[in-house]
Write a protein that binds this ligand. Structure first.
Ligand SMILES: C[S@@+](CC[C@H](N)C(=O)[O-])C[C@H]1O[C@@H](n2cnc3c(N)ncnc32)[C@H](O)[C@@H]1O
Ligand code: SF4
Length: 451
């Protein structure tokens, strides 16, 4: 049977599955995790260790129709200034709770559009962060950049603060698609932003593009990817467009009859994939590509690739703290998420409390299953020896899990003494295969299409 028919038979074109940026996934977080729990997890961080910090800025100047991120539009600076003051208050609360001598190995500003902060606000916020928790030597400071919302003064401020990595949103260069998704951005604007970033000392540059957009064809995808390749990004994320107008109301502006079928989505991804591979990029997990020198490619080659809320990472830190509305933290003991609504978040912090609204404390087989799923998402395989040495699981039970996955995906997996491996031709099924190791109720809404 040809590959597409096999994938169809296994449900690839119908299934809805999580993206597994955490396990359990966020819809399974509960209200038992509160600010007291968050506080106790913070105080148990090892003194002298390095952690990662994510800063969420939920504002944008423009609201692109396709975007499923939780963000609000603003033309004035007042709400942004007020929000930065609240972030600073949250940093002060955190500082008071953190053990001694903690440094940051990674600092990431995301959103929304963190670059809508003025140069003054960038300095103010970056100063507050690094005064409270200094950057470790060789720390990575990355920022999500909208090429339409950046300028020299803001770049100067970010560079002075130590930004050395950046991620730019491209989506697609085709003008018909840009009009259909409500995001106009010329190739020249993207090129200029990337040049400016490189002139400001950015050593690793990521670009996001999307497949599955309205009117997108393999020919359009080819042209857009070739244009992107001319800008030589170090990393590229090729995300599947998630059309979820019931969750992101703006998407109802996008005509669903112009969207490609699931079968065409697979073809679009394959088109992009081949172009990146031909150009010498390494394939990283299910949706990233990186030049061989890039940290992600090196991590993949050396078995150190990880997956967290920002997607793929080579960050080895055990603790990732997220600050700002809706931000999620991960500790060895569990996950904690801040109140998603900016108003509730602001109220909690102004009241002198952490804004934790929900989360999950690891129990039972959570950590074992989290690692099984992460290994599949990062390496397309599970190493039996690694799992048996790290987790208290009986070999017979692990074999049983492998056998069940093998039975659910006949001919797609290779089970051996070494462990379990997803065959190359079955890689589009990776999230579905990962799901077979998920012990939580899978009927929960909020998952996206498998391709
Ligand atoms: C949170 S946005 C921030 C980017 C930045 N504000 C910009 O506009 O360039 C990060 C990325 O999420 C991805 N994204 C947003 N909405 C999406 C959707 N509906 N489906 C898939 N990816 C999406 C886009 O690729 C986007 O570049
Ligand atoms: S893509 Fe970026 S600028 Fe557009 S709405 Fe989403 S976060 Fe805002």
């Amino acid at each position: 049977m040809e590959q597409k028919a096999q994938l169809a038979e296994l449900g690839l074109f119908d299934a809805k599955v999580p993206r597994y940026t955490s396990y359990p996934t966020a819809p399974h977080f509960g209200k038992n995790t509160d600010s007291a729990q968050f506080s106790s997890w913070v105080s148990r961080i090892a003194p002298g260790s390095s952690i990662s910090l994510y800063v969420h800025v939920p504002f944008c100047r423009r609201l692109c129709w396709f975007c499923a991120c939780r963000t609000q539009g603003t033309h004035s600076d007042a709400p942004v200034e007020a929000y930065v003051q609240v972030l600073k208050a949250e940093i002060a609360l955190l500082k008071a709770q953190l053990p001694a001598d903690i440094t940051l190995s990674r600092l990431h500003w995301g959103g929304g559009t963190p670059t809508l902060l003025s140069a003054e606000l960038i300095r103010d916020l970056a100063g507050a962060v690094t005064e409270a928790i200094p950057l470790a030597p060789r720390a990575e400071f990355s920022v999500e950049i909208d090429p339409n919302e950046i300028g020299d003064r803001r770049l100067d401020a970010l560079a002075e603060a130590g930004m050395n990595r950046a991620s730019v949103g491209v989506q697609d260069f085709d003008s018909t698609i840009q009009q259909a998704i409500g995001r106009i951005q010329s190739f020249e604007a993207t090129r200029a932003a990337i040049e400016q970033l490189r002139n400001h000392g950015i050593t690793s540059l990521n670009a996001d593009i999307l497949f599955g957009l309205p009117h997108q064809t393999p020919a359009i995808m080819t042209e857009s990817v070739q244009k992107l390749l001319s800008l030589t990004p170090d990393r590229v994320a090729v995300y599947g467009y998630a059309h979820v107008p019931w969750m992101a109301g703006r998407q109802s502006m996008i005509r669903s009859d112009a969207l490609p079928t699931p079968e065409s989505r697979l073809e679009l991804f394959e088109t992009a994939r081949q172009l990146f591979l031909w150009d010498g990029y390494r394939e990283i997990g299910i949706d990233h590509f990186a030049r061989p020198h890039d940290g992600l490619a090196v991590a993949q080659q050396t078995g150190r690739l990880r997956r967290n809320f920002q997607g793929y990472t080579d960050d080895p830190a055990e603790v990732l703290i997220g600050i700002g509305a809706s931000a999620i933290s991960r500790f060895p003991q569990g996950y904690a998420q801040n109140a998603p609504a900016t108003s509730a978040y602001v109220r909690a912090i102004r009241g002198g409390q952490f804004a934790t609204a929900r989360g999950h404390a690891f129990a039972g087989e959570d950590l074992l299953r989290a690692r099984l799923i992460e290994a599949l998402m990062c390496d397309f395989r599970i190493c039996r020896e690694e799992i048996l040495s790290r987790f208290a699981v009986a070999e017979a039970d692990l074999d049983q899990m492998f056998a069940e996955a093998d039975a659910a995906f006949p001919g797609m997996l290779k089970v051996s003494a070494k462990g379990l491996q997803i065959r190359d031709e079955a890689r589009p099924l990776t999230r579905m295969i990962a799901r077979s190791f998920d012990a939580y109720d899978l009927s929960t809404a909020g998952h996206s299409t498998a391709i």
